[in-house]
Design a protein around this ligand. Structure first.
Ligand SMILES: NC(=O)c1ccc[n+]([C@@H]2O[C@H](COP(=O)([O-])OP(=O)(O)OC[C@H]3O[C@@H](n4cnc5c(N)ncnc54)[C@H](OP(=O)(O)O)[C@@H]3O)[C@@H](O)[C@H]2O)c1
Length: 254
């Protein structure tokens, strides 16, 4: 095991369960100190305890708050710098998807909220991290996008458009923030979490059958890629979106 993030500190948004929790565990495994966030305090505290129980040397600090709230973002970034003295890694993992089906019937307030949390908040976190630490000292940012940001789904269309915007934002940020700060994104296929439950739980075997790898993804599948993108192992990679989709898009389908 390589502790290549030893002495570094990271902020992972939306980390009380699912992919964010897996990413926090991976960054701890690589030696980092980690701030984790989510809206529900109790679940977040419980997740932080579970992360501490993994026995890695890094510290875990939980700071609850909605990623869509500017004050919460400032508090969470500030907590990392105050507690650990730096913020070297930012993982914009929070994402919401309250709109399904026809775009013609979509509630525009709900669509606005999707873009606010999935795109604007991600930029807000980068701005905070830039001001608090990365602008002067550098760092690595990873945005959690989706295969739905690369290919139409017909079902989760507004969400897909927001993830496409996040992918383009990743490229613009990489250009503006290099060479000190690297900015990349990951595009997962269906990962077995609460968020994606409706996409596979009725018939997991059928859902998995369309993947060349013949299984759905796990949070660990995404976390190991994000650990790589957060570390110096990927020091010449920026502005890229890497698929972690069991080969799904290679088939032309989604
Ligand atoms: N699962 C998939 O198949 C899949 C595929 C592609 C991309 N993704 C992306 O992966 C990311 C994580 O998804 P997941 O599947 O791990 O979801 P999940 O299991 O539902 O976990 C979501 C996490 O984010 C927190 N959260 C949700 N809304 C928040 C907000 N507004 N502010 C702060 N925290 C918030 C949740 O805690 P609280 O509810 O307490 O806030 C929870 O900790 C999302 O960006 C999603 O779009 C997922």
């Amino acid at each position: 095991m390589s502790a290549d993030l030893l002495g570094k500190s990271a902020l992972v948004t939306g980390a009380s369960r699912g992919i964010g929790f897996g990413v926090a565990a991976e960054l701890l495994r690589r030696g980092a100190n980690v701030v984790v966030t989510a809206r529900k305090v109790d679940a977040l505290e419980k997740a932080a305890e579970e992360l501490r129980g993994l026995g890695h040397p890094g510290e875990v600090v939980a700071v609850a708050g909605n990623s869509g709230d500017a004050e919460a973002r400032a508090e969470q970034v500030g907590a990392a710098v105050a507690r650990f003295g730096s913020l070297d890694v930012l993982i914009n993992n929070t994402g919401i998807n309250p709109v399904y089906g026809s775009l013609m019937e979509a509630d525009l307030e709900a669509v606005r909220k999707i873009f606010d949390v999935n795109v604007v908040a991600a930029l807000g976190y980068v701005q905070e991290a830039y001001r608090a630490w990365m602008g002067e000292h550098g760092g690595a940012v990873v945005n959690v996008a989706s295969v739905a940001g690369l290919r139409s789904t017909g079902v989760i269309a507004a969400y897909g458009a927001s993830k496409a915007a996040l992918i383009r934002l990743t490229e613009e940020l990489a250009w503006q923030l290099g060479p000190k700060i690297r900015v990349n994104a990951v595009a997962p296929g269906v990962i077995k979490t609460k968020f994606a439950d409706a996409l596979y739980s009725a018939d997991e075997e059928a859902a998995a059958a369309v993947y060349p790898m013949k299984r759905l993804g796990s949070p660990e599948d995404v976390a190991s890629l994000i650990g790589f993108l957060a570390s110096d192992e990927s020091s010449w990679i920026t502005g890229t979106t890497i698929k972690v989709d069991g080969g799904l898009l290679a088939t032309g389908g989604i």
